[in-house]
Design a protein around this ligand. Structure first.
Ligand SMILES: Cc1cc2nc3c(=O)[nH]c(=O)nc-3n(C[C@H](O)[C@H](O)[C@H](O)COP(=O)(O)OP(=O)(O)OC[C@H]3O[C@@H](n4cnc5c(N)ncnc54)[C@H](O)[C@@H]3O)c2cc1C
Length: 466
């Protein structure tokens, strides 16, 4: 196969959602695993860096090539099998399309990164992506049943849940933080795990079989407003405990998403329905496993006990409610994007998670943001995204310095510097802060063992050798 080298074509593949620009000498768009293997063998023989590019929604420049060749998975997009307990597809299928096809059969694949319409199945596995529903269902990792992977020498391997790691592979031994995390190579005994969350550095995923579960018959959506942050946190505590005690109980949210007062200001500018007294809100979903009235009664009781502005709750029990809630949720990203465009500066977004006990501490730290910001995200997993919105280069520098301080604080609190977006090329320093030099050296040994010429995903996770 010959790479495409037309600059006009290559130009469409040189950046991702990080807005960092890369460079590449050629692009391949294979359609089969055998073609992928052939390209990888040639890259390895010629020691040419090879970056896998998929939906390019990475926020960490993971899909940005720093020279060499690009391998796009866009034509590896066939859905091959949907059964009762598993479904199989090539890696480049859009995740949202795969999920639609699965749900049309009455089955359910839960991982739901917000980008699921624009990101691919393979990349969501390669980054161990999460979403709002990860509060109930966990990240992508536990939903992967088996993988087909092309190694850096062009060998095609298959790994399922029982495939052991070859005894000579130097798997890093370290203690991951006990929080939601997508940072670094996992300490594991299963080959399957090695290829989940490796950000295209240890192998190219060409095909995946994922586990399915029952599609919930009905899901209630809520936006609940609170007069104080403490009231919102009290509800999170209560709902989280109830969910952990009985995942199918009357109060068992599948997601708990926080919106701070700055988010509410953005929503006020675009939609009504935001009470004046509200300073925080939660977007929540409840799968209906009992009857609707039983769920609603448990929710009202908990909301009132925690001091929520219960009468102002938006709820999707009818079409009008669904529309209001939809408009409300979309007002916030739209407001942030508009602000970023107006500022002409990139936003700086954090992806930190901490243990339950450290949630208020890290939220107090976010309060000290030196520039305009909004805070929202997966509060059920103590994983909030602070979005800093600089308007000048000086503010951008202050935002980045503040992010570095927050990352160090999250680590000191027992958290992770990346709960879902991964390390890519932009968070290698934070990863080093989190794991230390010794563990980085172990990551380097694994990388060198599986990819001696460092061709795959060069620059992601760990710095390449000079
Ligand atoms: C608006 C927005 C919302 C987002 N929301 C979420 C969210 O809720 N949760 C979340 O976890 N992330 C989120 N992300 C981040 C991003 O969408 C995920 O990391 C996603 O998994 C990337 O998929 P992609 O197809 O765009 O991959 P790309 O960005 O093209 O690539 C990402 C990385 O995966 C590697 N890769 C891609 N395909 C393969 C393959 N087949 N084999 C090996 N490596 C591969 C690439 O080399 C790169 O390192 C969001 C991003 C945006 C812009």
């Amino acid at each position: 196969m010959r790479p495409i080298t037309e600059p006009d074509v290559l130009a469409g593949y040189l950046t991702d959602a990080s807005n960092i620009a890369g460079r590449a000498d050629g692009l391949f768009r294979p359609t089969t695993t055998e073609e992928v293997a052939e390209i990888v063998r040639e890259a390895n023989r010629t020691k040419t860096p090879l970056t896998v590019t998929a939906g390019r929604t990475s926020t960490t420049a993971a899909a940005v090539p720093m020279g060499g060749w690009l391998l796009s998975t866009e034509r590896l997009n066939a859905i091959e099998q949907i059964g009762h307990s598993t479904a199989t597809a090539q890696a480049g299928v859009f995740l949202g399309d795969f999920q639609d096809a699965i749900e049309a059969t009455g089955r359910f694949y839960p991982p739901d990164p917000t980008s699921r319409r624009d990101c691919t199945l393979g990349a969501s596995i390669a980054t161990n992506a999460s979403g709002a529903r990860s509060f109930k269902y966990g990240p992508t990792r536990p939903w992967v049943e088996s993988l087909e992977v092309v190694l850096a020498n062009g060998e095609i391997v298959h790994a399922d849940r029982n495939t052991p790691i070859p005894c000579h592979w130097p798997i890093p031994q370290w203690a991951e933080p006990e929080v939601k995390t997508a940072a670094g190579y996992v300490p594991t005994k299963r080959m399957l795990d090695v290829f989940i969350g490796q950000e295209g550095t240890l192998g190219i995923l060409t095909r995946a079989t994922v586990r399915l579960t029952d599609l919930p018959a009905e899901v209630l959506g809520f936006v609940v407003f609170f007069p104080t942050r403490q009231a919102a946190l009290a509800f999170v505590d209560r709902a989280r405990s109830a969910q952990r005690a009985d995942p199918e109980g009357a109060l068992s949210p599948r997601c708990l998403e926080y919106l701070d007062r700055h988010c509410l200001d953005l929503a006020r500018e675009r939609v009504g329905d935001v009470p004046d007294a509200a300073v925080a809100a939660l977007f929540c979903e409840q799968e209906v496993s009992l009857d609707e009235e039983t769920h609603l009664a448990a929710w009202w009781e908990a909301l009132e006990a925690c001091g929520a502005l219960a009468d102002d709750t938006l709820i999707t029990t009818d079409d009008a409610g669904r529309e209001n809630l939809h408009a409300f949720r979309h007002a916030i990203p739209a407001g942030i994007n508009e602000q970023v465009v107006r500022n002409g500066m990139p936003k700086v977004g954090t992806d930190l998670s901490v243990p339950d006990a450290a949630l208020s501490t890290i939220m107090e730290a976010y309060d000290h943001a030196p520039i305009r910001h909004v805070l929202f995200g997966h509060i059920g997993d103590n994983h909030l995204h602070l979005n800093l919105l600089p308007t000048t280069p000086d503010e951008l520098a202050r935002a980045k310095a503040f992010y570095d301080e927050l990352a160090a604080q999250a680590v000191a609190l027992g958290g992770s510097i990346s709960a879902e977006h991964g390390i890519g090329k932009t968070k290698r320093d934070h990863l080093r802060t989190m794991v230390g030099d010794g563990v980085i050296e172990q990551f380097r040994r694994l990388k060198s063992h599986l990819d001696p010429n460092w061709i795959l995903g060069r620059g992601n996770v760990i710095e390449p050798p000079l």
